[in-house]
Design a protein around this ligand. Structure first.
Ligand code: KIV
Ligand code: ZN
Length: 522
């Protein structure tokens, strides 16, 4: 009989820990709504005790998408963290408290500096406390794959007796290999079934050796009933298990695994692109399932085989995961109806009245500039519109600019706005972007260092949208900024200002806006 595997997406918690990938509250809600369309079973929305912004984001996600998808958030095994999780997720229909505590010798001795029994007791007390708040409690035995098995089991047994309803076995440092990790899960599963067969066994792998997907699938084969993943495998260091790889692995090799998920496969590509758009972190082109080249065949022999029968070289179709080749090209004359159709085809609700009109106005501006508007452009237009950052009166906005480039004195003149004030300056630089950024730096009076500047073309066509990602350093901390425009110089200015505004928000210049801080502002 086929087993249903529960999918927990932790992109907004474990994935978002990546430096420079911080999202603001609105962006997190937008992404959580897409996860709901993807039909994951559980969304891990954040780590509410870590900051007021994270708390607010988890709360908003629980309120806006927690009606049909289970919401969880992370707590260390301490009362304050558990309270923060409870308070932020309690509005969801099916809330779940997630507690983490290490079980490996290195964690017990180096991190906690307590005896094994004392650490175990901390876990039991935490679960007992969480159970007074909610019925569903997951316990993660951090660094399980490097733990002494008998102590690991003793912990699992004790927290299950204390009321944990899910046991999550993490390969926290990506140390495990598939047959060994599968064997660990088989042993735990066997004992857990005897102890309490209602408790769900889950796995959470990291990709330090490039084995996260293989380890997760091996665990499923050996009895894991739940998998924890992130979109695009986003996560600290080499990342987490990639959701799209595990889900498609189970789907394509259904006969082998005899297991399936509830994930809407056609939403996979859209979810991946939305994440790239929101975080500014690109997916490697040859990444399985979601990479740009994942379904591209370039060798003559392959193309010839494909033309004869797709199955010759294709184990899954691009359409199956939502990489639909059918595309409508819009122009400024397409009208509201065609535009509405294109937006809805991409899976977004168009909304009514003023909001739709505002979006349509943006489309017309883009169509005027670009002449031909592709699905890709519509996708970015909508997500940009939805995740628009509120501009606080304490943050800078670009008013106008002029950049002149030549091989002698590239020069930029920039006018910025901040509330009702305006500022103007001109600078010469080594190149046009250097001149532009020098002028902005002089105007805002912050000595930020540009660490990274990246520009990509987002779509096709003569006037493709350019996306600029920058990273700047200020007082030893890294901030990122990003922006898009058909004018790449303007996108460069906007991205730099976005990063500078993040610095200002972080420095507490605007405590009210802090709650909706843009990228890297927390
Ligand atoms: O990697 C890890 O151990 C974690 C736990 C919180 C599940 O992220
Ligand atoms: Zn993790």
């Amino acid at each position: 009989m086929e087993r249903n595997i529960i999918v927990l997406d932790t992109t907004l918690r474990d994935g978002e820990q990546v430096p420079g990938a911080k999202l603001n509250v609105q962006q997190k809600i937008e992404f959580a709504q897409q996860l709901k369309r993807l039909n994951v079973d559980i969304i891990e929305a954040g780590f509410p005790a870590s900051s007021a912004g994270d708390f607010q984001a988890v709360q908003e996600i629980a309120r806006t998408v927690g009606d049909s998808v289970s919401i969880t958030a992370l707590a260390r095994a301490v009362k304050g963290d558990i309270d923060a999780v409870y308070e932020s997720i309690k509005l969801a229909q099916n809330p779940l408290i997630h507690i983490v505590l290490g079980t490996s010798n290195i964690h017990v001795e180096k991190k906690f500096n307590r005896s094994k029994d004392a650490v175990l007791q901390m876990g039991v007390d935490a679960v007992k406390y969480a159970k007074t708040l909610l019925p569903q409690v997951q316990y993660s035995t951090e660094d399980a794959s490097r733990s002494d098995f008998e102590y690991l089991w003793k912990t699992i047994e004790a927290v299950v007796k204390a009321g944990a309803t899910m046991i999550n076995v993490p390969d926290t440092v990506g140390y495990a290999v598939p047959d060994e990790f599968g064997e660990l899960i088989r042993k735990i599963n066997e004992r857990l079934k005897n102890l309490n067969d209602q408790v769900i066994l889950s796995v959470h792998c990291h990709n330090d050796l490039g084995l996260a997907t293989a380890n997760t699938l091996s665990a499923v084969r050996n009895g894991a009933q739940k998998v924890e993943c992130t979109i695009n495998g986003l996560g600290e260091r080499a990342g987490n298990t990639s959701l799209e790889e595990v889900v498609m692995g189970l789907k394509v090799r259904e006969n082998h695994f005899k297991a399936s998920t509830n994930v809407q496969l056609k939403e996979l590509i859209r979810t991946s692109r939305l994440l790239t758009h929101l975080t500014g972190l690109d997916v490697q082109v040859n990444k399985a399932i979601t990479g740009e080249n994942a379904f591209a065949h370039s060798s003559g022999i392959h193309q010839d085989g494909l033309l004869k029968d797709k199955q010759v070289y294709e184990i899954m179709s691009p359409e199956e995961v939502g990489a639909d080749s059918m595309e409508l090209i819009l122009t400024a004359r397409s009208g509201r109806h065609a535009f509405k159709n294109a937006v809805e085809k991409l899976g977004f609700e168009t909304g009514e009245g003023e909001d739709f009109e505002a979006l349509f106005e943006k489309f017309l501006l883009l169509a005027d500039a670009k002449k031909e508007v592709y699905d890709h452009d519509v996708f970015y237009l909508v997500t940009q519109h939805r995740t628009h950052e509120e501009v606080s009166s304490h943050l800078y906005e670009l008013d106008s600019f002029q950049v002149v480039t030549n091989d002698l004195y590239p020069t930029a003149t920039v006018k910025l706005k901040k509330g009702s004030e305006t500022f103007r300056d001109s600078m010469v630089g080594d190149g046009p972007i250097d001149a532009l950024y020098s002028a902005i730096k002089a105007l805002v009076g912050l000595d930020v260092q540009l660490k990274d500047y990246k520009i990509n073309s987002l779509s096709r066509g003569k006037e493709a949208i350019g996306r600029v990602n920058i990273r700047i350093e200020y007082q030893g901390k890294i901030y990122s900024g990003r922006a898009m425009d058909t004018d790449i110089i303007k996108a460069s200015a906007l991205a730099f200002l976005n990063g500078i505004n993040a610095v200002l928000l972080d420095a507490g210049h605007d405590s009210q806006a802090q709650a909706q801080a843009p990228v890297s502002a927390r």
